[in-house]
Design a protein around this ligand. Structure first.
Ligand code: ADP
Ligand code: ASP
Ligand code: MG
Length: 402
């Protein structure tokens, strides 16, 4: 069998953990399997590198940031290969250049286009364990481009798809996907199996246990994922297309604090204004989320929307530049907001799910600023300080811990 195993930063945070991961990989290798390992940077390395960059230049070019960040993963893979050699197992570390993992041009948020498999297959044929850097790819300028925070999961899935792996295992610091972040909702329950679509909505809504692109790609290429702990031998969660149906109304709750609300006040109440605002932002690759438009009065209206906090500065800059053309009188913003979402295919056939969510929030005296929905998700924008309380209240309200 060919198995792709991905280990996150906390799983390789120190010497002891590196050897722990090496042992787990070697166990499966000795059973005769081909093993490809994908690693993230050790512990908080990526955050520390970003902090270091900021101390030198708060507006560092994105290309140089990627040049810096990719070093984190290279440290992990080389040390892992050394650990395996220390245990008398042939292993080789490879970075994105050596494998050749091709991506789109965009620094800091690149997407895989294609992965060359020759080098990896060649090393596997020599019975080596192949250890690949997560989170990085090479773009058309022959530069490193990173895949966005948490992107090593996507490297693992992309490799599993390209190599036609039999298994793709994502090892992390929790033993599976829970009904909510177990660090916040103490009585959250582990989910045995979850559908791609639900997992994708959860990941996109802030459940960072999986990078959302990794789920998107797993669905596209039919890669079944297992999310499990690198420290225990618990079963974990299977992410796949069709799952055993549980009788739950919803599957999970997620929160995203990295969000900002922007309001364009006093814009002209006439056709085309919303188009112009959002088209301008789309052209600059700004992802807009929940949108709310006030009723018009005296020929003007207000349009509010949310963006990721990472895009706030640029969004404000663009709106300021185009203020006149977009007929905006004033722009206000608030970063002390967060999105809380519930996700579940069960809501398709059950009316009253939204009401139940709002009731849980009302019972905890939490005010809702904005609402958005998809077929299997309902999201509310609330004050950031209420985030944990809201998650617990909703989780309890739907009886997810039962
Ligand atoms: P890694 O470094 O292994 O990639 P991450 O920190 O990216 O790990 O993701 C694991 C973390 O995701 C957990 O420690 C947990 O706090 C968080 N998390 C958020 N939502 C969930 C959820 N629904 N189920 C499990 N973990 C979750
Ligand atoms: N090291 C990268 C990050 O911290 C990628 C990853 O962990 O998946 O975002
Ligand atoms: Mg992660």
């Amino acid at each position: 069998m060919l198995i792709v195993k991905k280990f996150g930063g906390s799983s390789v945070a120190n010497r002891e953990r590196i050897f722990n991961v090496a042992r787990r990989c070697i166990e499966d290798y000795k059973k005769g399997n081909d093993i490809v390992v994908v690693l993230s940077a050790m512990g908080d390395t990526t955050d520390e590198l970003l902090e270091l960059a900021r101390s030198i230049n708060p507006n560092a070019p994105k290309r140089e940031l990627d040049m810096l960040l990719t070093t984190g993963e290279q440290v992990s893979v080389s040390l892992m290969a050394m650990a395996m050699h220390e245990m008398d197992i042939p292993a080789i570390s490879l970075n994105a250049f050596q494998v050749r993992m091709h991506s789109t041009a965009r620094y800091g948020n690149a997407r895989f286009k294609r992965i060359d498999t020759d080098r990896i297959f060649h090393e596997l044929e020599e019975r080596k364990i192949v250890i690949v850097t997560g989170f990085q790819a090479v773009n058309k300028y022959d530069d490193y481009a990173t895949l966005g925070r948490g992107g090593s999961d996507t490297t693992a899935v992309a490799l599993a798809a390209a190599l036609h792996a039999d298994k793709c295992e994502i090892y992390t610091d929790v033993d599976g996907v829970y009904t909510a972040d177990p660090r916040i909702v103490k009585n959250a329950r582990k989910i045995d199996e979850i559908m791609y679509d639900e997992m994708l909505e959860l990941a996109t809504s802030g459940a960072k246990v999986l990078h959302n692109r990794s789920v998107e790609m797993a669905k596209k290429y039919g890669v079944e994922l297992v999310v499990r702990s690198s420290l225990t031998s618990e079963e974990g969660t299977v992410v796949k297309e069709v799952v055993k149906m549980e009788k739950m109304l919803i599957t999970g709750v997620a929160a995203d604090r990295n969000t900002a609300r922007i309001s364009a006040m006093g814009v002209a109440d006439k056709p085309g204004i919303a188009f112009k605002i959002f088209n301008t932002l789309a052209k600059r690759n700004i992802n807009v989320d929940i949108i709310l438009q006030s009723v018009g009065r005296d020929g003007t209206k207000d349009i509010s929307f949310t963006v990721s906090e990472d895009d706030l500065k640029e969004t404000l800059q663009i709106l300021e530049e185009k203020k006149e053309a977009l007929t905006i009188k004033e722009v206000t913003y608030n970063t002390n907001v967060s999105k809380v979402s519930i996700v579940g295919a069960g809501m398709l056939s059950n009316p009253g799910v939204a009401a139940k969510m709002f009731e849980s929030l009302f019972n905890s005296n939490i005010n809702i600023n904005m609402i958005s929905t998809s077929e299997i998700r309902i999201t509310v924008l609330i004050d950031e300080k209420d985030t944990d309380k809201a998650m617990v209240a909703i989780h309890d309200g739907f009886g997810l811990n039962d």
